[in-house]
Design a binder for this molecule. Structure first.
Ligand code: IVH
Length: 670
């Protein structure tokens, strides 16, 4: 790889890792497995080593991912000592190298403390005079969110330490807050009943629960805590295991599975033991943490920017299970995408029984040469539904049947089309295919669209009962009809009708977004509304007029023209208008503070001292347009903290002026 390629790949990897950090730590919704994440991180680390001129201090290899809540929902406090991460190893060879590195760094004999790596979210507790004073999340490693009120609701964390046990006047202790499988299953069952998106795994559930804004709601979540790192100003012990055993005497929860190991061989035994036995634990673990036990050795080894040199994590390979593929169902999603889903002989995997697994698309089925009747390996990634990773070819019997991908939509029978770009099959009958119609309703009622009090199960029932066929039918629903829905009472019906009434006031740009016209996202809906002012002007706009709008490209312009040329859509718009929905921009609603950004397009990237939505509002209030991607039309790019490197690179290439948050405020306050 030459320098130019390396520079581009480093920028790409940094941006990708920043996005995955945000998905994992803030949204609690990872797209990739930890293993895939580690591979990207390793690739970036290697490249930075080879091309140190492109290694920057803001790189994800040098910083821990931030879990700080958006819009500063919690007060933030600095950490007394930085909260770091751990280096990862995937083989015993890497553990040996770790041991050798430690040996080189010290003359003092040392042993290892081996511990389970709990898969939850890190917490830092401060006790003062025996009382829990503050609980901070890891945040960005230097400052964390104050979640004390929530932590006080976790039964295993003592508010007061055991009297007379000799605890120091003030100390910090760090550990993990996790959700045992039982509590996780209960929570997800409830979320499904409440029509809320279930959590993908116990880690996300723990982290999401810890950041709830209502402490009372935290109480019922069944969170638990284990503590594994004591920090005191004056030493209370000479080894880490002694320090933890003292903490346990003070009344703090410490794992019972910590073991002191005297050699790499003993560490290996511990790893092998827990690699199998962890499946019997009532909570999720994703590896073993190996720490140098002698505290003076820890001190002399010290830290890198991101992790201690005295510890490493051996990560377990993602758990997999082998089972028989019984049959394949083809599910039609809200966008018309057809996804093959495998029905499996039930098998135990990471604490839950797995009966179904995703196969993604036809290309994957061909690639893995999957047949029904085959034995396959399933693995849990970031998603709720596990995936099939490979076929156990050695177990292949004679009873296998080749898979035939359907030629027509399994729901409505329309011939499928293949989207080569996305390697997916689609049902093109978007207006009449039931799952797609239900999908349109769900999008329409969504929080960012019309914000109507209805979830998947409600839409499903309303549709199945024949009450709603067309979006406008929502506005003719009667209370009597609503009361025929399963488990619906006066109160739920009233709430629904109230939210329906309120949706009539939803501004035009959100109505435009709610219509579900392909490729119209929130930002483009805003831009189109701003540019054309009302729905008729958009419906009658020429291709050229549409293309002149910020961020409207060929694909979107064609999609808008084709959508409005369908008479069914035109009549749907008329009915929604008659129902009282906003079909034009309400100028009186718009607060204009100045025209300083008139004719200017501003793209924001990264985090700011105010929320990103507030930044966008400010741009609009000063008559600017918000752009979602850098282009030749962009006037300014406001670069916040952790700004995407690929955006920075593009802005530099296109000669877009890059300004800081402070400079942006200066411009608008001029
Ligand atoms: S020690 C300086 N011990 O794993 C870092 N961490 O991937 C000290 N974790 O950030 C961390 N179990 O949130 C330590 N027994 C254990 C752990 C543990 C889980 C988490 C922790 C850390 C992350 C690193």
């Amino acid at each position: 790889m030459n320098r130019k390629e390396a520079k581009a790949r480093i920028a790409e990897l940094s941006a990708e890792l920043a996005r995955h950090n945000h998905n994992y730590y803030v949204l609690n919704n990872p797209e990739i497995t930890d293993f895939q994440y580690d591979l990207l991180m390793m690739e970036l680390g290697e490249l930075e080593k080879k091309f140190p001129e492109f290694a920057v201090s803001t790189s994800p290899t040098q910083n821990v991912g931030s879990d700080l809540a958006p819009a500063q929902q919690f007060e933030q406090f600095p950490h007394k000592y930085p909260m770091l991460s751990l280096t990862n190893s995937y083989s015993i060879g890497e553990v040996s190298s770790f041991s050798e590195r430690v040996s080189k760094g010290t003359d003092i004999p040392f042993t290892f403390s081996c511990e389970l790596k709990f898969d939850g979210t890190a917490i830092c507790l401060t006790y003062k005079n025996g009382k829990l004073e503050r609980a901070l999340t890891r945040g960005d490693g230097t400052k964390g969110d104050d979640v004390t009120r929530n932590v006080l609701q976790i039964p295993s964390i003592p508010h007061t330490l055991k009297e007379g046990t000799g605890y120091p006047d003030e100390f910090e202790i760090r550990g993990e807050i996790y959700m045992p499988y039982k509590a996780f299953d209960k929570l997800n069952r409830q979320r499904e009943l409440d029509e809320e998106q279930p959590f993908a795994n116990p880690r996300n559930a723990a982290s999401g629960s810890l950041k709830l804004l209502d402490p009372k709601a935290v109480k019922g979540r069944g969170l638990e805590c284990t503590l594994y790192h004591l920090l005191t100003d004056n030493p209370v012990a000479s080894t880490h295991t002694e320090a933890l055993s003292l903490a346990s005497q003070w009344g703090l929860p410490v794992s019972e599975h910590i073991k002191e190991c005297r050699s790499v061989e003993e560490v290996e035994k511990y790893i092998l033991y827990w690699d199998t036995r962890r499946k019997e634990l009532p909570y999720a673990t994703d590896g073993i943490v190996i720490k140098v036990n002698q505290l003076p050795v820890q001190t002399s080894l010290g830290y890198t920017a991101k992790s201690p040199r005295w510890a490493t994590a051996y990560k377990f390979k993602p758990e997999e299970a082998k089972t028989k593929l019984l049959s394949i169902d083809y599910q039609v999603g809200r966008t018309g995408a057809v996804t093959p889903v495998a029905n499996l002989e039930p098998v135990q995997l990471s604490g839950t029984k797995v009966k179904r697994a995703s196969l993604h698309n036809w290309d994957q089925i061909k690639l893995m040469d999957i047949h029904t009747g085959d034995y396959v390996y399933v693995e849990k990634g970031g998603e709720i539904i596990p995936k099939i990773t490979r076929v156990a070819l050695d177990d292949r019997g004679f009873d296998i049947v080749p898979v035939e991908f359907p030629q027509t939509c399994p729901v409505c029978g329309t011939p499928l089309v293949k989207d080569e770009e996305e390697a997916k099959h689609f049902c093109p009958n978007s207006d009449l295919c039931p799952p797609q119609i239900k999908g349109k309703f769900l999008h329409f009622v969504g929080r960012k669209a019309m914000d109507i009090n209805a979830g998947e199960a409600t839409v499903e029932q309303l549709y199945n009962k024949g009450y709603i066929k067309d979006l406008a039918d929502l506005y003719t629903l009667t209370k009597e009809q609503l009361l025929t829905l399963d488990k619906w009472k006066e109160k739920s019906a009233d709430n629904f009708l109230k939210s329906l009434e309120q949706s009539r006031k939803v501004p035009f740009e959100r109505v435009l977004f709610a219509l579900g016209i392909r490729y119209i996202g929130e930002t483009t809906a805003k831009n189109l509304a701003g540019e054309f002012g009302n729905i008729d002007a958009i419906a009658n706009a020429t291709r050229e007029q549409l293309l002149a709008t910020e961020e409207v490209g060929d694909k979107l312009a064609d999609s808008i023209i084709s959508w409005f040329s369908n008479p069914q859509h035109a009549s749907a718009v008329d009915r929604l208008r008659a129902a009282g929905l906003q079909m034009e921009v309400d100028a009186s609603n718009k607060v204009i503070e100045s025209e300083i950004l008139k004719g200017k397009t501003v793209v924001i990237s990264g985090n700011f001292s105010i929320s990103r939505d507030d930044m966008k509002t400010l741009i609009e209030r000063h008559s600017g347009k918000v752009g979602s991607s850098i282009s030749g039309n962009t006037t300014y790019m406001v670069a916040g903290e952790k700004c995407g490197p690929s955006k920075l690179e593009k802005a530099t290439k296109l000669g877009v002026e890059i300004i800081s948050e402070e400079e942006f405020f200066k411009i608008i306050n001029e």
